[in-house]
Design a binder for this molecule. Structure first.
Ligand code: HOZ
Length: 422
């Protein structure tokens, strides 16, 4: 496999774009080698500028649950091109997407569309603070909620990948409004509420974590989250940017049968175009301007391109619920390929999974940070050389799409088995 053209593009990109990439993990810093520069995607495959093809397990970091260039999504985009791409004025489609979100996740009695997952979490947090009149937020170590200043404390994803514990540029005053607790620790949660319950505006979490690799919440943890937030009047925010419409139509809240007060979305609801959304209880969402006094706005919010692409994807998923079983079975086969290997723990929920180079269990950042990242690096390289593109970080979940056919899954499972047999 040669990556000469990609290497040349990387060198050129580094002259103008920090690290040559527009989002840090893409630079391959933790796995080494040259990141392939992508020319096009189709179905479950990516094709780079050097003529290499890859079975794609990033799926644009989650959104492409139906694969690249899914025809109904392309058709929806084509239709929008005929009428205009942005109006900065309301359209009927926005109502339709908000209604689809509410139908899938009934905890979202009202919904506001924004442009990214980061905007969704930033806005939800502001609304929760406005609603409660409190400042403090609980988040969990290793969870990542976009690059919102106060939520970058002990964050996963690129920060975990690059080993940046606390980013520069966030004033201590902002960081001090965040309490970072260990994921899955009921004890730590109880202690925090015992000590500061009347100051806590919100508890935000990834209800299945993707950003320290895939980490699964315990039933006890979820129950404690719901009970304690209710008891102390704090807003429980599920960050379903990754899990929404992916683990089930109604996301993790449907899967675990928990009703959060607010939810954030992104990725799948945009069909691969930039979008985000936040929603929740009507009494909380009624605090958002112009009805209430919590301000949040956006020129491109609800733009017809992203909304139409998202609607096409969400409606297809709704019409074909069997997709979720299909995804589950395919992901199970890929995970079975490395099952029982000493020193490796595989966490999976539906079509999100991670091969952790750690004897396990991996239930928190404290566990995940002890991974053998050199082992992961060799695994990643082995797969890439065989045309299989896993996320270039131990601390990102892999995603599967409905376009991953038998052949792609078999090829992947064989390559994984080959790595562990060597
Ligand atoms: N931090 C994103 C996923 N957890 C990665 C975004 C990207 O590189 O596109």
């Amino acid at each position: 496999m040669t990556l000469d053209k990609s290497a040349a593009l990387l060198a050129r990109a580094q002259q103008i774009i920090p690290g040559g990439v527009n989002s840090p993990v893409r630079a391959f810093r933790s796995v080494g080698g040259t990141p392939p520069f992508i020319e096009r995607g189709d179905g479950c495959r990516l094709y780079d500028v050097d003529g290499n093809a890859y079975i794609d397990y990033i799926c644009s970091w989650g959104p492409l649950i139906l694969g690249h260039r899914f025809p109904p999504v392309l058709e929806a985009i084509r239709e929008v091109l005929e009428v205009g791409t942005s109006f900065g004025a309301p359209t009927e489609r926005e109502i339709e997407l908000a209604e689809e979100i509410r139908a899938a996740a009934p905890s979202c009695e009202m919904v506001r569309l924004v442009n990214s997952g980061t905007e969704a979490t930033m806005s939800a947090l502001r609304v929760a603070r406005g609603f409660t009149g409190r400042e403090l937020t609980i988040k969990f170590e290793g969870c990542y909620h976009g690059h919102v200043d106060s939520l970058l404390v002990k964050a996963g994803s690129g920060m975990a990948t690059l080993g940046i514990a606390d980013t520069a540029g966030v004033p201590p005053g902002f960081a001090n409004t965040t309490l970072a607790l260990p994921y899955n620790s009921v004890e730590a949660l109880e202690a925090a509420f015992r000590e500061r319950g009347d100051q806590i505006a919100a508890v935000i979490l990834e209800p299945v974590v993707g950003n320290m690799g895939c980490v699964i919440p315990t039933r006890e943890f979820l129950t404690a989250l719901r009970l304690l937030t209710e008891k102390h009047g704090a807003v429980l925010i599920f960050d379903e940017v990754m899990t929404g419409f992916r683990l089930a139509l109604g996301g993790a809240q449907e899967l675990f049968n928990i009703r959060p007060d607010m939810t954030t979305f992104g990725k799948v609801i945009g069909g691969g175009l930039p979008i985000g959304a936040y929603g929740g209880r009507a009494d909380i969402m009624s605090r958002v301007a112009p009805v209430g006094n919590v301000y949040q706005a956006g020129t491109l919010s609800g733009n017809p391109l992203a909304v139409s692409a998202g609607l096409a994807m969400v409606r297809h998923l709704k019409a074909h619920p069997e997709i979720y079983n299909q995804l589950d079975e395919a992901a199970a086969r890929i995970c079975a390929a490395g099952g029982g290997v000493e020193g490796v723990t595989i966490n999976r929920v539906g079509s999100m999974f991670t091969y952790f180079f750690h004897p396990g269990p991996v239930n928190s950042w404290d566990d995940a940070k002890r991974c053998d990242t050199e082992g992961f690096k060799a695994f990643h390289r082995h797969l890439l050389e065989r045309g299989i593109y896993f996320p270039p970080s131990q601390y990102e979940a892999a995603f599967l799409s409905a376009a991953h056919d038998e052949e792609a899954v078999d090829t992947t499972a064989s390559a994984i088995a080959e790595f562990f047999a060597a």
